[in-house]
Design a protein around this ligand. Structure first.
Ligand code: OOG
Ligand code: MG
Length: 255
């Protein structure tokens, strides 16, 4: 199994690096959820070995909208590295992506090491800032189709993210109107309460991961709470904007 996990990690890493799609791993290989997370970890370790830095974590399928769009129900998590960062008002080079999609999210900045299960009572002690965010997902699989194990192995499709201005931790993040615009047209409209009923619960979900996998989340790391709306394909020439009630707007151009 160890050899297979290693081979599959090399496959997803190569696919991400070269922006070349691959067939779903699960079509020709049998591996379970735990193996899938091991493949993910190993593929990210390959990036870290090339000098990338771990910036934080992302959750996926935390909203009904996303679960329905992709046909999967389990909350999943992946890892973010510095190479995935696009500055606000920056550019996305479409030739470095296979079939990118954008989705509006909320980001949290961890202020204290998370190494135990958090609760709604203590979660507020663990972050010191919140920001509007757009995640760019780019499944390495053909037609953006995958099983739960496939998407986890593929770092939950994560490929880039953009953050807006950081706001104080006591800034309300729930029940905020959110829209995604492409070339000035609103293509998705939602509310931050679509994310787990309250995006703050993303930290509680991440703490389960930190606890279960014995991988503490260090202070300073970023957590993306998951998309509030379905994702939209983006193309060369597009201007993308996320508008977040109370948190401001973020923009990027696809070139
Ligand atoms: C998987 C990643 C889901 C989210 O925010 O729900 C995700 C995918 O849709 O490709 O990032
Ligand atoms: Mg996402």
């Amino acid at each position: 199994m160890k050899q297979l996990i290693n081979n599959l990690a090399v496959l997803v890493d190569e696919a991400a690096k070269s922006a070349q799609e691959i067939p779903q791993l699960s079509l020709a290989n049998s591996f379970d959820l735990e193996d899938a997370y091991n493949i993910q970890k190993l593929s990210i370790d390959m990036r870290l070995g090339r000098g990338e830095k771990l910036i934080g974590y992302k959750l996926g399928f935390t909203s009904k909208a996303k679960m329905e769009q992709m046909g999967l129900k389990n909350v999943i998590w992946g890892r973010l590295t510095d190479a995935m960062t696009i500055q606000n008002n920056g550019v996305l080079h479409s030739d470095q992506f296979i079939h990118p999609r954008a989705e509006p999210e909320i980001a949290f900045r961890v202020s204290k090491r998370i190494d135990q299960l958090l609760t709604s009572e203590n979660v507020h002690e663990y972050f010191d800032a919140v920001a509007p965010a757009i995640e760019i997902i780019d499944s390495r699989y053909k037609n953006f189709k995958f099983s739960l194990e496939d998407v986890i192995a593929d770092n939950c499709s994560s490929s880039a993210y953009i953050l807006g201005k950081w706001h104080a931790a006591d800034t309300p993040v729930n029940h905020l109107g959110i829209s995604l615009l492409i070339n000035g047209s609103e293509v998705q409209k939602g509310n931050s309460n679509a994310i787990l009923g309250n995006p703050v619960d993303a930290l509680i979900e991440m703490s389960k991961m930190a606890f279960q996998y014995n991988e503490p989340i260090e202070a300073g790391k970023i957590i993306l709470a998951g998309a509030a709306t379905p994702a939209e394909y983006i193309h060369q020439g597009d201007k993308i904007e996320g508008r977040f009630e109370n948190l401001g707007a973020i923009r990027l151009s696809v070139i």
